[in-house]
Design a protein around this ligand. Structure first.
Ligand SMILES: O=P(O)(O)O[C@H]1O[C@H](CO)[C@@H](O)[C@H]1O
Ligand SMILES: O=c1cc[nH]c(=O)[nH]1
Length: 236
């Protein structure tokens, strides 16, 4: 059994799964954090692996960039492979003076300019995509236990990486901490399917200061965020 985008047999993907956009970050996580990780898919070079973390089965799957792409993977992971706890581990742009380059953000909510919400709810309801509270609570506790720091709040999932039209000053004024391209879809699709989801980010560049991490750092240097996600994923 496989889907159009994931070439895994049923049972090869764990209920607990980390979801980086970048498939090479999936490979990095599998090789550096999971024990006995085995690749279960490489369709379109979007890589997926299952191994164990502290003895608990955990998968990691690239999702590509943008809401259409992650929506395909999340749908197939939930509805074909039975994933129940989904953690986006992404990079984001820092939007707010309270966040600095390489900080960890955890998205309590994900605002969006995507048509996803309108496609589902029509024009009258502005559905608010939110994190699963239990996962959020556990992730905050694990952040403290690991003596790390994370900023928790609202982020925005945008459709355009290069967007001259977006009003970042207004978003900042309303407390939006960071910008990325997938979390609102993850939260919305998880809500529909009654499964748990949480999105964590490392600030890879900053819209206010113009600082940025290298492409290699984006792939490999986000170990603290990954550790928080894994420690949270394996809890009951
Ligand atoms: O680093 P990932 O997880 O891909 O996330 C961010 O990076 C990509 C843009 O460079 C978008 O997918 C955005 O959401
Ligand atoms: O989507 C993203 C990711 C990183 N930085 C940005 O500015 N946007």
């Amino acid at each position: 059994m496989s889907t159009p985008h994931i070439a895994a047999e049923k049972g090869e993907i764990a209920e607990r799964i980390l979801l980086p956009g970048d498939p090479l970050r999936a490979k990095f996580i599998a090789e550096h954090f999971l024990d006995g990780a085995k690749e279960y898919t490489h369709v379109r070079n979007i890589l997926g692996y299952t191994g164990t973390y502290k003895g608990v089965p955990v998968s990691v799957q690239g999702t590509g960039m943008g809401i259409p792409s992650i929506s395909i993977y999340v749908h197939e992971l939930i509805h074909t492979y039975g994933c129940k706890k989904l953690f986006r581990v992404g990079t984001c742009g820092g939007m707010h003076p309270d966040v600095k380059l390489r900080d960890i953000l955890i998205a309590q909510a994900a605002s969006t300019d995507s048509s996803l919400v309108r496609n589902i709810f029509g024009g009258t309801i502005n559905f608010c995509p939110i994190a699963d509270f239990t996962l959020l609570e556990k992730a905050v506790a694990n952040t403290r236990r690991l003596q790390l720091k994370a900023t928790i709040g609202n982020i925005i999932s945008v459709d355009r990486f290069y967007d001259e039209d977006i009003d970042n000053d207004k978003l900042r004024k309303y407390g939006i901490l960071g910008v990325e391209m997938e979390a609102a879809a993850l939260y919305t699709l998880a809500a529909e399917a009654h499964v748990q989801a949480l999105a964590l980010f490392t600030v890879s560049d900053h819209l206010l200061t113009g600082e940025s991490c290298t492409a290699e750092e984006r792939q490999t240097s986000f170990n603290d965020m990954i550790r928080i996600a894994l420690e949270t994923a394996i809890e009951d």
